[in-house]
Write a protein that binds this ligand. Structure first.
Ligand SMILES: NC(=O)C1=CN([C@@H]2O[C@H](COP(=O)(O)OP(=O)(O)OC[C@H]3O[C@@H](n4cnc5c(N)ncnc54)[C@H](O)[C@@H]3O)[C@@H](O)[C@H]2O)C=CC1
Ligand SMILES: O=C(O)[C@H]1O[C@H](OP(=O)(O)OP(=O)(O)OC[C@H]2O[C@@H](n3ccc(=O)[nH]c3=O)[C@H](O)[C@@H]2O)[C@H](O)[C@@H](O)[C@@H]1O
Length: 458
């Protein structure tokens, strides 16, 4: 790493992105004040409690507090007056019409506009639709304060690693001096810095997430075709991934993509396209394919439990939207669970990152069915007395469970592995029938010939 020119940075919002940004910039040598409106969160952070599961984050926060390079304050107004650069990292959830709801961004801008020192740069790091940098400049109404767009591409579960080793840093600005000041913050990382206009930076973020989502819907459709044709998606994606133009990442089929960002960002991009007088039928198809993928999982479970869910106990392994995080926001697992609960299934779920009850977790289910899920401490308790067991998140530890013990606990013999994380031959030996995704059905004549290690990196 090269020598870093120290700046005074304010970060507004201490969530996944804001806290990671604040802790990592402090670790790079900057003086960072991180603000949030959640008093309990600010108090906890000031004592070094991050409240989220991100490898390396607690350590960076602890270091920042010890060196006094990192401080936590209540409210953006307390962070703004001393800042050279202000990062806005507040939520941009999906509004009722599918567009991004910019209430938090606009509230933060209104709160700080009169307090910012002359020469400061306000940076949108939240994922915001094209046109938001222009709107931010209009709201600020300060000729002496610049606006930049610097979207964030980190993933949950590897936020610190991704922030400190980015594939690229995109900085959209009108004023080259402002772009320089933002770029200087990252100098220690040695990552490529791409300078663009406001609109290009904003679209780059949505285009990246929408491309990833579309790629997954494509893979899930190929997986369905593989099942119908008796092919193996692991072999197919391995063959595709060896083409360097395609690459091996982000080709794992599953129960549909989810999480706090891909679903909201795909809808928001669709709305942006429409608001600008265009259309985006490919993206619409990717979103529809994703809803269908969740339905396909429900149908597979229905088939395994004899055609109806009413009064039937189903065990679930995994509730988070992917492995490596404790985040259940817009989790495909919960979407699938809500559909089954709405038809009267009794759900017993285990997730290594979800220790206790999840009030409101099945908000997609009708009000009377939202309590039809019980979270238990072990996979064995989830399997106990269940007609079928469904793996919905790819936690690697599920592979090493005692499958003979599970066979003794389950009422039926069906295990549905929507993530292809289990070893079907181990389950077969335990007397269980393991149904993966995009693979030949169990006991298919092709089974013996399948999977010479054909799993690609995710
Ligand atoms: N979670 C992720 O992996 C990624 C998220 N993003 C984007 O970053 C933005 C933030 O997302 P997350 O960090 O996940 O959200 P989050 O929900 O984890 O955290 C947002 C934080 O902002 C605080 N907040 C809200 N209004 C505020 C205000 N006026 N002043 C100060 N604090 C305020 C909230 O209390 C909360 O702590 C979103 O636009 C999201 O799309 C971008 C890349 C990755
Ligand atoms: O804007 C954001 O918030 C972030 O959204 C995603 O990151 P994240 O939501 O953490 O999750 P991903 O790792 O992208 O996974 C998203 C969903 O796709 C699924 N997935 C992912 C990869 C794969 O091969 N197969 C698959 O089904 C995951 O299980 C999960 O449900 C992007 O990968 C980040 O680059 C981006 O910054």
């Amino acid at each position: 790493m090269t020598e870093v020119f120290e700046s005074n940075v304010a970060v507004v919002g201490a969530g996944h992105v804001g806290l990671t940004t604040a802790a990592c910039l402090a670790s790079l040598g900057h003086r960072v004040v991180c603000a949030d409106v959640d008093v309990a969160k600010v108090d906890g952070l000031a004592r070094g409690q991050t409240g989220i599961r991100e490898p390396g984050l607690s350590e960076l926060v602890a270091d920042g507090l010890t060196t006094s390079r990192l401080k936590f304050v209540f409210g953006a107004a307390a962070a703004a007056p001393t800042a050279d650069v202000v990062f806005l990292c507040v939520p941009t959830p999906m509004g009722t019409d599918g567009a991004a709801d910019l209430t938090a961004v606009e509230a933060a801008v209104r709160e700080i506009r009169g307090l910012l020192p002359s020469g400061c740069v306000v940076v949108n790091k939240s994922t915001v639709p094209v046109g938001t940098a222009a709107r931010t400049a209009e709201l600020l109404d300060r000729a002496d304060v610049a606006v930049a767009s610097n979207p964030e591409f980190l993933r949950e579960g590897s936020a610190v690693e991704d922030f400190l080793n980015p594939d690229r840093i995109v900085i959209g600005a009108r004023d080259p001096g402002a772009a320089d000041r933002v770029a200087a913050l990252y100098e220690g990382l040695g990552a490529p810095v791409l300078r663009t206009g406001w609109a290009s930076a904003e679209i780059t973020k949505y285009a990246s997430n929408a491309y990833l989502a579309t790629r997954l819907s494509f893979v899930n459709s190929i997986a369905e075709l593989c099942e119908r044709a008796g092919a193996d998606i692991g072999d197919v994606t391995l063959g595709m991934g060896h083409d360097r133009r395609i690459g091996t990442s982000f080709l794992r089929p599953g129960p549909g993509w989810g999480g706090p960002c891909l679903p909201k960002d795909t809808h928001a991009l669709l709305r942006s396209a429409e608001a600008l007088g265009g259309e985006f039928p490919l993206l619409r198809a990717a979103i529809d394919t994703n809803a269908r993928q969740r339905d396909l999982v429900v149908e597979r479970v229905r088939e395994a439990v004899g055609g109806r869910f009413a009064g039937v106990r189903v065990g679930l392994l995994g509730l988070t939207f992917k492995a490596g995080t404790d985040d259940v926001r817009d989790s495909p697992a919960l979407a699938v669970a809500a559909r089954m609960a709405a038809e009267g299934a009794e759900l017993v779920a285990h997730d290594p990152a979800v220790p206790g009850p999840l009030p409101g977790a099945l908000s997609d289910a009708p009000p009377g069915d939202r309590d039809r899920i019980r979270v238990v401490e072990t996979a064995y308790a989830a399997a106990d007395g269940a007609a079928a067991l469904v793996v919905l998140t790819e936690w690697p530890e599920f592979r090493d469970l005692d499958w003979k013990r599970i066979a003794g606990l389950l009422l039926g013999e069906s295990v549905i592995d929507t993530r292809n994380v289990l070893d079907a031959s181990v389950l077969d030996e335990a007397g269980l029938s393991c149904r993966g995704v995009g693979r030949p059905a169990p006991r298919d004549p092709d089974l013996a010939a399948r999977r010479p290690g054909g799993v690609v990196a995710g």
